[in-house]
Ligand binder design. Structure first.
Ligand code: BG6
Length: 414
C-alpha cells in the first residue's frame, strides 16, 4: 500500500524514492565478485540471444525516453542495431520485423494500450518480446516471452520519476547481460560497469540534495511560458524527458532537442523569454566527453551572446560553466560509461572547430549589433541566423563552409 509518508505529495516522494528503487532493481541481479549479471527472467535462450540480428524498442511517453537511452546502451555494449518507436505509431509504419529479432516493450504500468498492442503486433510477426514493467503480472508482462521488472515500488504520480530511472537501470543491465552472453565484454569490463551501477543510488542521493536550489529556480522562472531542454548523445533523451516533465507537471510549453540541432532552427528563438536548460557534464578522462563538453561550452556562449538565459547541469566543481550560465545545478563526478569516440566527425572536427566557432561567433555579433542599431525591441536574431552556426559545426561540410554565406545578408558578410 503506497503512502506519502513525510512528503506533501506523491511525486516528490517518488523522486526521493529513486535511490531505493535503483538499489532494489540493480542489486539482486549482479555479482561484483563473479563479474556477472544474472537475468533469469529473460526466458530466451542464450543461443537465441547470441543470434539476434536486430532489436526494436517500443514504448510511450517517459518509457520511450528510457528506451532511447537504452538504444545507446545496447548498441554500445553489444553492437546490435536498435530502433526505437512510439508505441502509438508502431503499427502505422508496418514494422519490418520477424524471426531472429527481439522487441523490447517498456511500460511502467504494464497496461498502456498502445504498448500492449505493439507487443501483440511484434509477436504476430514472429519477433520475440521482452517486457520491462513496474507492475507484477500486468497485461504486458503476462503476454511477453520474458519480463524484467523494475523494482521501483508503486508509482502513483502520473509523471514517471522513479520508474524512469529504474527502467534505464534495467536497460543497462540487459545490455550488459547481452554483451556477456555474446562474449563482447570481458569479466573485468562487466565488473567495472557493475561497480558504477552499484554506486548509482549514492550519487542520486547527492543529486537530490540540490532540491532546495531547484525550488529556488522554480520561484525565479515560474512566469516563463516556454523552455528549451538540450542534451547531446545519451543526454538527449534525458533532455526530452525533462521537457515532458515540465509539460505534464507545470502545464508549461517545453521542447527537448539535441543540442547540436539548435543551430538548425530553434537557435533563432533563444532570447531572454526562452530559457535553455542544458546538460553539460564532463568526464575529463574521456576524450569523447571532453569534445562534447567543449561544444556545449561554445553553445552556451552563443546563447548568452543573444541574450539567452541558461540553466546548466554540470559536473561538480566546473567553474567555467558556473561563470557562463545564469544558474548551475552541479551533479557528482561520474565516468562516461557510453562515450562514442570512434566517429570520423568527432576525431576530425577538433582543430577545425575552434576556427569555425570564432568566425561564426563574429558573424553573430555583427548581426546582433546591427539588429540593435536598427532599434529592434528584442535582440533575438532573425530566423536564418540559426543556420550560421553559433555552436560547433554539425557536419564535415559545415567545417569546410562554417558560415553559410548565402543565408547572411550581403552587407553583413565577413
Ligand atoms: C502517459 C503518461 O499517459 O503514459 C506518461 O502521462 C507516461 O507520464 C506514459 O510516461 C506511458 O506510461 P507507461 O505506464 O506505459 O510507462
Amino acid at each position: 500500500m503506497a503512502d506519502k509518508g513525510r512528503f506533501p505529495h506523491y511525486m516528490i516522494k517518488e523522486i526521493f524514492d529513486q535511490p531505493q528503487g535503483l538499489r532494489d532493481t540493480i542489486q539482486p541481479r549482479v555479482s561484483l565478485e563473479q563479474g556477472i549479471v544474472k537475468l533469469d527472467e529473460v526466458r530466451i535462450s542464450p543461443e537465441e540471444l547470441r543470434d539476434l540480428r536486430r532489436i526494436s524498442i517500443v514504448a510511450s511517453g517517459t518509457s520511450r525516453h528510457a528506451g532511447m537511452a537504452g538504444q545507446y546502451m545496447i548498441q554500445e555494449l553489444t553492437n546490435i542495431p536498435v530502433d526505437v518507436d512510439y508505441a502509438s505509431e508502431f503499427e502505422y509504419r508496418n514494422p519490418l520485423i520477424g524471426r531472429g529479432e527481439l522487441t523490447i516493450v517498456i511500460t511502467q504500468s504494464g497496461e498502456t494500450a498502445d504498448t500492449t498492442a505493439a507487443q501483440r503486433e511484434a509477436r504476430a510477426k514472429g519477433s520475440r518480446t521482452i517486457a520491462i514493467s513496474n507492475v507484477v503480472d500486468s497485461t504486458i508482462a503476462r503476454e511477453a516471452d520474458g519480463v524484467i521488472y523494475t523494482n521501483a515500488g508503486p508509482e502513483i504520480s502520473i509523471a514517471s520519476t522513479k520508474a524512469f530511472t529504474a527502467q534505464m537501470a534495467v536497460l543497462f543491465l540487459f545490455a550488459l547481460y547481452l554483451g556477456q552472453v555474446r562474449e563482447k565484454l570481458s569479466k573485468e569490463q562487466v565488473r567495472r560497469y557493475i561497480r558504477e551501477l552499484l554506486d548509482l543510488p549514492g550519487k542520486v542521493d547527492t543529486v537530490l540534495q540540490s532540491a532546495p536550489e531547484c525550488e529556488r529556480l522554480g520561484e525565479k522562472y515560474h512566469k516563463v511560458q516556454d523552455f528549451l531542454f538540450l542534451g547531446r548523445a545519451i543526454h538527449y533523451p534525458i533532455a526530452m524527458d525533462g521537457a515532458l516533465k515540465l509539460k505534464e507537471v507545470s502545464y508549461i510549453h517545453a521542447e527537448g532537442y539535441p543540442t547540436g540541432e539548435t543551430k538548425h532552427g530553434p537557435n533563432a528563438l533563444i532570447d531572454e523569454s526562452l530559457p535553455v536548460v542544458i546538460i553539460a557534464t564532463c568526464d575529463r578522462n574521456d576524450a569523447g566527453s571532453v569534445l562534447r563538453y567543449e561544444k556545449n561550452l561554445a553553445n552556451i556562449k552563443g546563447f548568452k551572446e543573444q541574450s539567452g538565459r541558461v540553466i546548466a547541469i554540470a559536473t561538480q566543481g566546473d567553474e567555467a560553466i558556473r561563470r557562463l550560465a545564469d544558474q548551475t545545478i552541479f551533479i557528482p563526478e561520474a565516468p562516461e560509461l557510453l562515450s562514442p569516440t570512434n566517429d570520423f566527425y568527432s576525431r576530425s572536427s577538433g582543430a577545425a572547430f575552434a576556427h569555425s566557432r570564432d568566425r561564426a561567433a563574429a558573424a553573430v555579433r555583427v548581426l546582433h549589433d546591427s539588429a540593435k542599431r536598427a532599434g529592434r525591441g528584442s535582440p533575438a536574431l532573425p530566423g536564418k541566423v540559426g543556420n550560421v552556426g553559433v555552436g560547433p559545426p554539425s557536419s564535415v561540410s559545415d567545417l569546410l563552409h562554417p558560415i553559410k554565406t548565402a543565408e547572411v545578408p550581403r552587407r553583413l558578410r565577413i
